[in-house]
Every structure is written in structure tokens, then in C-alpha cells.
Design a protein around this ligand. Structure first.
Ligand SMILES: NC(=O)C1=CN([C@@H]2O[C@H](COP(=O)(O)OP(=O)(O)OC[C@H]3O[C@@H](n4cnc5c(N)ncnc54)[C@H](OP(=O)(O)O)[C@@H]3O)[C@@H](O)[C@H]2O)C=CC1
Ligand SMILES: Nc1nc(=O)c2c([nH]1)NC[C@@H]1CN(c3ccc(C(=O)N[C@@H](CCC(=O)O)C(=O)O)cc3)C=[N+]21
Length: 287
């Protein structure tokens, strides 16, 4: 039986630390505030939004939701984002992605001020992450992966890490963050040959493919640490969701594994708040 690396104690530790930093800012008359930008009402956006609001409230931070109709036009939305970006009282901006197809998402992302870009939606943030610049915020999800590895004291230096997935929001930044901790990193994707064999070489396997239960027993070996980033509809349990790892098959083999739900996803909103508090400190010349 593998040890379960649950997200809750990790998120709780992050929130505890943030409560102190938020109180220090408030003592100076500054209230950190997150702006949440949503177009339409997709269920996974609403789900994440609900979690983000709760986390903000629990640490004494403020938030404001900016909601727009599904059919908003490019010009109006560009104007709205520009105004939100200029607001002095808003320190972090989370814009849900993907946007509806008729909008030019690349252009809209570029209007978010880099110093408020707490989920790495701009090329400026992506560049900072790539260059290991400490003022750049990596996306919240791969940062949550790193917070879990750190909290549970998983050694990374010199270890073989395999990242399954190369998206801009999860796979690629996860690889960069693992590299920063001196892991030897392999990135796999849909064209990778002998995928199970490559994954079996890992000491740490990070699964971010968006395919329910794709990682099965032939992808793993004893001693391995498995981090499951996936959030998919569970094909075997309608209405429930599951990870990219077939938990029942993999858990008996490996050493440590994150559950879904209750793993990476549950740390993501704590990281979002951590980034917003840091953005607030930097914007006020306090960090
Ligand atoms: N926990 C959280 O907070 C969050 C979780 N997620 C979840 O993480 C997962 C990944 O998300 P995201 O990165 O956005 O997904 P994307 O669909 O953008 O990327 C998936 C990646 O997996 C690769 N891939 C897809 N199918 C296969 C396959 N059969 N074999 C090998 N590689 C494959 C793709 O390869 P290629 O590039 O070649 O196409 C691509 O690089 C999803 O389940 C998503 O729901 C996402 C965001 C937040
Ligand atoms: N720019 C952008 N960044 C995102 O990171 C982003 C996005 N857009 N659009 C929507 C998706 C969805 N998403 C989730 C993150 C966490 C949970 C989450 O909190 N999951 C917990 C919840 C547990 C529970 O309470 O049941 C868990 O998996 O344990 C869910 C969904 C981020 N997304």
C-alpha cells in the first residue's frame, strides 16, 4: 500500500503562513485582492472559482469576480481587462481559460499586467519562469505539484523525474520547476515511443495528460512517487471525477501517490492566494 500524499495538510500549511502575511499587510493599511475574470459559466471554472473564494475568505484576503456574457465581443472584453489590470486595489488576476473560440485569447492574455499575472497567462510570465526569474509566477497547478513534493520531503536532487504532458499550463512549467530542484527531467507527449517503458524509469512521475486512468501498472515500478494532476470525468462512475492515473491498479505497486480528488487540485487555490499575496507585497515595495 502506497502512502497517500493528500493535499489538505499542504494547503493548510500554506494558508497558515499566508494568514500572517495578510495580517502584516492589513496592519499597513493594505488589503491583498484577487480579481477573478470569467466569461460564461463553464462548470470547471465555477468549481475553481468557488474554491478560490473560500480560500481567500479563510485567510482574510479580498476578491472580486468580473463576469461577462459568453458572447462578449473582442473590443469590449479588451477594454474590460485593461481596466481591471489598471485597478490599484487589485494585485492578482486569474482569468479562466480557455476563452470562447470567437475571442483572440493570445491578445487578451497580453493585456494582463505581468506583475499581476498570478497564473502565468502572459508571455512575460512564461519568459520569467523559463529564465528562473524570482518575480515570475509559474502557473498555480505545477506550483502545487512542487508544494506537495516539498511538504512531504520527497528528494529531487539527482532523481529521475518524468513529466507526462507538455502543455503550457502544466507539463512544460512542471518540467522547468523540477529542473530548478536539480532533478533529471524527461518530458513525454503523444508522440513519445515506448511510453510505459520511459515512465517506468522515473523516481517521480508527474501525470498531466488529461486522459482518465491512462497510467496503469505497466507505467510504474516499486519505490516510485506518483503525482496525478489529472481532473477527468470518471468513465466508471458517472458524476464523479478521477485522475490520469488508474489509482486502484497503481497504488498497490508504488511508494507514494496523490489521490484525485483531494490531491494536487486541492492545493491549487492555496497557491493562487500565495501568488496574489506575493504580488501585493512586490507592488507595495515590501518584497
Ligand atoms: N489540478 C489542477 O489544478 C488542474 C488540473 N488540470 C488537469 O491536468 C490534466 C492536463 O491538463 P492540460 O495540461 O491542460 O491538458 P492538455 O490537453 O493541454 O495537454 C495534455 C498533454 O498530454 C499529452 N497527451 C495527450 N494524450 C496523450 C497520450 N495518449 N500519450 C501521451 N501523451 C498524451 C499531450 O501531448 P501533445 O502535446 O503531443 O498533444 C499534451 O502535451 C487534465 O486532466 C486537466 O483537467 C488542468 C489544470 C488545473
Ligand atoms: N487560467 C486557468 N487556470 C486554471 O488553473 C484553470 C482554469 N483557467 N480554468 C478551469 C480549470 C479547472 N481548474 C481546477 C483547479 C482545481 C480544482 C480543485 O480544487 N479540485 C479539488 C477539489 C476537491 C473538492 O472540493 O472536491 C481536488 O481535485 O481535490 C478543480 C478545477 C483549474 N483551472
Amino acid at each position: 500500500m502506497a502512502e497517500r500524499l493528500t493535499g489538505k495538510p499542504v494547503a493548510d500549511a500554506i494558508k497558515e503562513e499566508l494568514k500572517g502575511r495578510v495580517a502584516d499587510l492589513k496592519a499597513k493599511g493594505i488589503v491583498p485582492k484577487l480579481g477573478i475574470v470569467r466569461v460564461g459559466a463553464r462548470s470547471d471554472d465555477l468549481y475553481y472559482e468557488g474554491g478560490a473564494k473560500k480560500t481567500c475568505e479563510s485567510i482574510g484576503m479580498e476578491y472580486e469576480v468580473f463576469e461577462y456574457p459568453q458572447d462578449i465581443d473582442q473590443e469590449s472584453f479588451e477594454k474590460a481587462i485593461t481596466e481591471i489590470g489598471a485597478r490599484k486595489d487589485i494585485h492578482g488576476i486569474l482569468m479562466f481559460s480557455p476563452l470562447p473560440k470567437h475571442l483572440n485569447e493570445r491578445k487578451i492574455r497580453s493585456l494582463i499586467p505581468v506583475e499581476k499575472d498570478v497564473d502565468s497567462l502572459t508571455l512575460g510570465s512564461a519568459g520569467k519562469v523559463f529564465a528562473d526569474d524570482p518575480t515570475g509566477f509559474p502557473p498555480c497547478t505545477p506550483t502545487a505539484v512542487m508544494e506537495i513534493l516539498k511538504y512531504y520531503n520527497i528528494p529531487l536532487e539527482g532523481k529521475r523525474a518524468v513529466v507526462l504532458g507538455r502543455s503550457l499550463v502544466v507539463g512544460k512549467p512542471a518540467a522547468i520547476l523540477l529542473l530548478r530542484e536539480n532533478a533529471t527531467v524527461t518530458i513525454c507527449h503523444s508522440r513519445t515511443k515506448n511510453l510505459p517503458e520511459v515512465c517506468r524509469e522515473a523516481d517521480i512521475l508527474v501525470a498531466a495528460v488529461g486522459r482518465a486512468k491512462m497510467v496503469k501498472e505497466d507505467y510504474v515500478k516499486p519505490g516510485m512517487v506518483v503525482i496525478d494532476v489529472g481532473i477527468n470525468e470518471d468513465p466508471d462512475n458517472p458524476g464523479k471525477y478521477c485522475g490520469d492515473v488508474d489509482f486502484e491498479k497503481v497504488e498497490p505497486i508504488v511508494d507514494k501517490i496523490t489521490p484525485v480528488p483531494g490531491g494536487v487540485g486541492s492545493v491549487t487555490t492555496a497557491v493562487l492566494c500565495k501568488h496574489t499575496v506575493k504580488a501585493c507585497e512586490i507592488l507595495n515595495g515590501l518584497a
